[in-house]
Write a protein of this length. Structure first.
Length: 301
């Protein structure tokens, strides 16, 4: 019987190349030392009031989300910590750049011109999942961009248009619905996948401790696990909270319309990295301008 692949667990000190190798090989990787507990608890404190507002409201019924799932949208505005410590994290941004930046050389008459299009933040959202939530069907998140996949034996550059970062607000494990992933499925084609008669063949739990993070390619089959019943004595307040941030290539439409979600007055206070990832810098050569100029001039003043 073949051994089921596990999700590789790496530390920052092992270097960005190791993370690239793991993502190319398996489609996902865990960063063991992504953040410290104090920073994570600060993010939890910033987001929790928004979650509490939804507890008396009906859960979200969008796409693959269960009806009990509570969400916090416009997350980079509502949590400065998520925005500047998680999303703008240098290792995460380096991986976004490696997998999503597009570099092309074109000809204009006799002159060759090389342009680079940098990634965009597609969506930043918090999920708060209570007990009694069923497992998601395994799926690929690049479905929103109508991505098409050709089966491959090895990874090739620019195969993906989406990369996701998951930071747990609590420990996640099988009993409270840790994300299930199928390592290697990012190399599959678009035929119906087969996960065995019980749906678990080749599927593992990407269990995370507080302070860790999971990064995956948009082509990786995954899904939230079943959170059938409480695992603590605090059933009324127990939940699994995840901060999810997806980046797309600079030539694809963002899932969340950033220019309507984040007022310019807010964006002026953000780091340059976040401003650019929200689309406040032109994608070269000529995508995303205002009055034929790259839009960052509108952030001045």
């Amino acid at each position: 019987m073949a051994t089921i692949k596990s999700v590789q667990r790496l530390k920052r000190s092992e270097g960005v190349e190791k993370f690239i190798e793991a993502l190319e090989q398996d489609g996902g990787v865990i960063i063991e030392d992504f953040t410290d507990i104090a920073t994570l608890e600060r993010a939890n404190a910033e987001v929790r009031p928004w979650i509490e507002k939804q507890k008396t409201a009906q859960g979200v019924q969008v796409g693959a989300l269960g009806g009990k799932t509570r969400t916090v949208t416009r997350l980079v505005m509502r949590s400065p910590t998520v925005r500047e410590k998680f999303y703008a994290d240098p290792l995460h941004q380096a991986l976004c750049e490696h997998f999503l930046a597009l570099e092309t050389t074109t000809w204009y008459g006799d002159n060759a011109k090389t342009n680079i299009s940098h990634p965009l933040l597609s969506i930043a959202i918090a999920f708060d999942i209570p007990p009694g939530t069923s497992a998601q069907g395994l799926h690929r998140d690049d479905k929103n961009h109508h991505a098409r996949h050709t089966e491959a034996s090895h990874y090739s550059r620019n195969r993906d248009m989406l990369l996701g970062l998951f930071v747990p607000g609590c420990d996640t494990f099988q009993a409270n619905g840790a994300t299930r992933v199928a390592p290697g499925s990012h190399l599959w084609g678009d035929e119906k996948p087969y996960f065995g008669p019980d749906g678990t063949q080749g599927v593992v739990d990407a269990e995370l401790k507080k302070g860790e993070a999971f990064i995956m390619l948009g082509s990786l089959y995954h899904g939230g696990g079943a959170y059938e019943k409480p695992v603590t004595s605090n059933a009324d307040i127990e939940s699994r909270t995840i901060y999810a941030m997806f980046s797309c290539t600079g030539v694809h439409r963002q899932e969340e319309i950033s220019f309507l979600s984040y007022p310019v007055e807010e964006v002026r206070t953000y780091s340059k990295t976040v401003q650019e990832r929200l689309g406040w810098k032109q994608s070269e050569p000529n995508l995303g301008w205002v009055d034929l100029k790259s839009p960052e001039f509108l952030l001045q003043g």
